[in-house]
Design a protein. Sequence first.
Length: 133
Amino acid sequence: ENRLGQRTETLADQLTDRVLTLRPDTPAQKELWSRVAADMDAVSDARVIRMKAALTEPPGYVYVVFLGFLFTMACLGIYAPSRPILILVSLYTMFIGLVLYMVIAMSDPFHGGFGVEPHAIEHLSEAISEELP
């Protein structure tokens, strides 16, 4: 498990522990507490789903696009194109390369330059810490 996942998991556990230690006194507080607990459970489930989706293999269309790129380049190698067509194919190739790079770079949002940071859950943890006695 990566460092970001461990840190986020620790913050989520702390947040859950603090919310579960709250004891509501009034019926309105009980209703609010039950809704917060349900929302936290939904957020936890959504996080697990996002992690599983982020760590899976690229979808099949990525392979189809890559094979289409290879086929295009093979055709370009077989038939001698004119200068304008060569320029257009080069621009097309750069565009497809950029798209593939972005898909691969964002396939794991917890690593690399496009990583997801846990700022939102840290802010929520700090806000709840300030509210507790």
